[in-house]
Design a protein around this ligand. Structure first.
Ligand code: ADP
Length: 276
């Protein structure tokens, strides 16, 4: 079943116009966990794709392989036209095009909201400026605009660790916007948020996708937010078991993604994860 899906995905690839392309990704952790087992898929320009799967399905491992944080045992990853595992240079160049949003926000706690957003500009600066944290005026303006875009311009000088989880994630999104990326990857961006903040964050990501045309790949643990995506990729035990629009996510497909063979729940279908 999974092998068939993988072939279907591969057949629809279209060479140069892909934003990201994973082919045959396999990753095992010793002694015996197969986190990814031959995963192939592509993100095309203009797409908002959600990787959906229960805890342990391999979502984080997949995102780490796509962003150069975990080396797959087998397979290739191309991001913004670069084979990221070919050389450190290719990885570095691909990363400039790629903005990351994390479950735990990954802000520098003691810095202000604005300084955290300015981190998104670091890839454009010579090293000396980043070490003394002196940013050109144009970068400050870009960052202030990004803060306004997420509705937090009045919080520019607030220390990051005094903000709520939802606000911190919006700062994370502003940092991604300040990077002016060609592609945004968000690994479980709402898993640590309450329902209202989760909805705000998904609406914000969807708005950025619609207005700026930036392709987005997001991983989700729950079903609530899947309606924001153009396409869902269902991951189960390291294999793609579904690829299609949210409207084709039938009960039978959900069963296939989330439930074990004896039909007992793996976990987390539609229920919020506890606040981390
Ligand atoms: P998800 O993000 O969908 O919860 P993960 O990619 O975190 O899934 O995990 C997939 C599988 O790989 C799980 O069984 C997990 O326990 C295992 N795993 C993840 N990271 C490691 C690691 N560093 N060492 C050993 N096992 C790991």
């Amino acid at each position: 079943m999974a092998a068939t899906k993988t072939r279907v995905e591969s057949a629809s690839f279209n060479g140069n116009r892909l934003v990201a392309h994973a082919e045959g990704l396999r990753k095992r952790y010793p002694p015996a966990v197969t986190a990814l087992d031959g995963v192939s898929f592509a993100v095309r320009p203009g797409e908002f794709v959600a990787v959906l799967g229960p805890s342990g399905a391999g979502k984080t491992t997949l995102f780490r392989c796509l962003t150069g944080l975990t080396r797959p045992d087998r397979g290739t990853v191309t991001v913004a036209g670069r084979d990221i595992w070919q050389s450190p240079r290719e990885l570095r160049l691909a990363r400039r095009e790629l903005a990351l949003i994390f479950q735990q926000f990954n802000l520098i706690r003691r810095l202000s909201a604005l300084e955290n957003v300015l981190v998104g500009r670091l890839g454009y600066l010579p090293a000396w400026r980043s070490t003394v944290r002196r940013y050109p005026r144009a970068d400050v303006e870009i960052s202030v605009r990004a803060l306004a875009r997420v509705g937090l311009e009045t919080f520019a000088w607030r220390r990051a660790d005094t903000l709520s989880g939802g606000q911190q994630q919006r700062i994370g999104i502003a940092r991604a916007l300040a990077q002016q990326p060609r592609f945004i990857l968000a690994d479980e961006p709402i898993a640590s948020l309450d329902l209202k903040s989760a909805e705000d964050v998904m609406r914000l990501l969807h708005g950025i996708h619609e207005q700026d045309g930036i392709p987005i790949l997001v991983s989700l643990h729950q079903l609530e937010a899947v309606g924001y995506a153009d396409r869902i990729i269902g991951l189960r035990r390291g294999e793609i078991v579904f690829s299609g629009s949210p409207s084709t996510l039938t009960d039978a497909v959900i069963q296939q993604i989330y439930y074990t063979d004896d039909a007992s729940s793996i976990d987390g279908v539609g229920t919020p994860r506890p606040h981390a």
